[in-house]
Ligand binder design. Structure first.
Ligand code: NG1
Ligand code: ZN
Length: 550
């Protein structure tokens, strides 16, 4: 069969590097860029099959996010714009590691049979390709194109250099039959931001949040994209630094991961910025954290992380829902019942969880990795999820959006301009602004800015919603990270036997102590997280557990 011959010939040009094994982790395949050619080619074949299997547009993004500039990676976006279904991950692993073209093709043919995928049929579908600014991206993108053209009936559409969330947004929009260009993306988020700013209650305008926002672009793709978006924005003054020109290296001493993990200001920020509202994106702009430089000499910052962004969004959305459901409102219209759920991981600061629960919100936990958080959040009418590192978003169910639209229309005719109507309009604007496919630093940033303006809050006021418990995160290099197996949303070690008891014994020595370890899904390490009532205690707890893991 011609289709099979085609695949065989194409894949023989992409031998796998010897002695390496690839695993589709929490963020797809990641490795040193120099060994990724065959993995990208083969991932593109998987993406093409996924597209044939679903009969829809699928995305393929080449990025290694916050990892060093010499790394790269590849991940697949499903037709709904989310991560590729977990059900296909073992297949992706087998494809990436198949030793030679014959076993690769055999694997594909068998899988296609099982999944009823029309290899070589007349069906046609497309893959949207995107990449970040890494120098290795261009060549890897060519490898991806070859992988796609090796599968009959599938075409590659190169969308160029994009943030990861832009690509996911485009896949989602395309499959919903909506406009899906980069201009459409920018227009949608700029317009909904404008809408939220116009809806700031007049009496609150006097509290106007003063001063500009300074953004660290991690020397990655996000800074340049924000420059493009900025010209479409009104009502917000932004200065962008670390855009990747002027010799700055991607993710080196800059970016959301560095700022969050090291708790220091990124390079390019200093004494002149003390007190100013600052934000940091990661290398592919799917993570966002805020910070305030405290001391010009030591670079110390007040970190406003993903947990606080989540809390800000939760407070805002909860307030809009309570306005809509006020008792007095029953005379005008019935309320708008909504199940609001908050999803966190074990890395969420304990103080954030306490705060959210005190607000009366339902808080649930999942293992680390967007795919778990996203899935859980989608079970609610409104699900808000964030990792402490700044990756997160707000999901609205289709059912809730249609009820909200109907409510908005009803209120527009009975009480246009009332607080009830405005609350409905605000929630609708949030559904347009926030990326429903994945966490998105650019749209997240605009929502943060709109909500700060709504409340009239400075970054300091926002940061004081609660006080973080001191914490410490460490990495331990190990020979085999799979030797550590966890349960209960990664809070308990089940293997090696006896290790959990040791962690427990160390933890009880510290007031408000909490500690867990887990194998990273993206690096060859075990991560150790500790939290306690003082920084010294958190450091010592983390250190003592490291001794037992190493
Ligand atoms: P791993 O390496 O599995 O810990 C890291 C982040 C995740 C997630 C992924 C994907 C931490 C502790 N872990 O995963 O939250 O963002 O990268 O990029 O930040
Ligand atoms: Zn990222």
């Amino acid at each position: 069969m011609a289709a099979i011959q085609n695949l065989l010939e194409a894949s023989s040009l992409f031998p796998i590097p010897s002695g390496l094994s690839f695993s589709y982790g929490t963020a797809g395949f990641r490795s040193d860029a120099s060994v990724l050619s065959s993995t990208v080619f083969r991932s593109a074949v998987v993406a093409a099959l996924r597209s044939l299997a679903t009969g829809a547009t699928v995305g393929l993004m080449i990025t290694a996010s916050h990892n060093p500039v010499g790394d790269n990676g590849v991940k697949i976006a499903d037709p709904d714009g989310g991560m590729m279904t977990q059900r296909w991950e073992p297949f992706a692993d087998r494809v990436a590691n198949a030793p030679d073209p014959h076993s690769l093709v055999q694997l594909i043919v068998q899988f296609a049979e099982e999944e009823d995928i029309p290899l070589g049929g007349m069906k046609s579908s497309e893959i949207l390709l995107g990449r970040d600014t890494r120098p290795s991206g261009e060549a890897l993108l060519e490898d991806a194109k070859k992988g796609i053209s090796a599968v009959a009936g599938v075409v590659a559409v190169d969308m160029g250099i994009l943030t990861t969330p832009q690509l996911h947004w485009m896949v989602r929009s395309r499959n919903k039959g909506m406009k899906a260009s980069e201009f459409d993306y920018f227009s949608q988020i700029a317009n909904s931001f404008r809408c939220l700013i116009d809806l700031v209650p007049k009496e609150l305008l006097k509290n106007k949040v003063e001063g500009k926002l300074i953004v660290d672009g991690a020397n990655g793709v996000g800074g340049g994209k924000l420059e493009e978006l900025k010209v479409m924005l009104t009502g917000l003054e932004i200065e962008i630094r670390n855009v990747g020109r002027d010799g700055g290296v991607l993710n080196e001493g800059v970016g959301a991961d560095y700022v969050q993990k090291e708790k220091v200001a990124p390079s390019g920020f200093g004494s002149a910025d003390v007190g100013t509202r600052c934000a940091s994106l990661d290398g592919d702009a799917d993570r966002l954290v805020y910070f305030r430089v405290l001391s010009p000499s030591s670079n110390t910052i007040d970190l406003v992380d993903g947990d606080k962004i989540l809390s800000l969004f939760a407070v805002f959305i909860k307030e809009q829902l309570s306005i809509l459901n006020k008792k007095e409102n029953k005379d005008i219209a019935s309320g708008l019942p909504a199940r609001l759920g908050i999803v966190q991981t074990a890395y969420a600061n304990g103080a954030s969880t306490d705060y959210l629960k005190q607000l009366g919100l339902e808080v649930v936990f999942t293992p680390t990795g967007v795919k778990y958080l996203h899935k859980k959040a989608s079970e609610y009418d409104i699900g808000i999820y964030f990792e402490a590192n700044g990756h997160g978003t707000v999901l609205f169910s289709e059912d809730f959006i249609s009820r909200l639209e109907a409510k908005q229309k009803e209120l527009a005719s009975s009480c246009a301009g009332s607080e009830y109507h405005n609350a409905a309009l605000r929630l609708l604007a949030v559904t347009q602004l926030i990326n429903q496919a994945v966490g998105d630093a650019l749209s997240g940033l605009l929502l943060v800015e709109a909500v700060l303006q709504y409340f009239g809050w400075s970054i300091q006021r926002w940061s004081e919603l609660y006080h973080d418990l001191p914490s410490r995160q460490l990495k331990v290099k190990v020979a085999d990270r799979t030797a550590v197996v966890t349960a209960n949303a990664e809070t308990q070690v089940v293997k090696p036997l006896g290790l959990q008891a040791v962690i427990d014994a160390e933890t009880v020595k510290h007031s408000r102590g909490r500690c867990f370890i887990r194998p990273s899904g993206t690096e060859d390490i075990i991560r150790v997280y500790a939290e306690a009532s003082t920084q010294e205690a958190a450091d010592s707890l983390a250190q003592s557990v490291v001794q037992h893991v190493a």
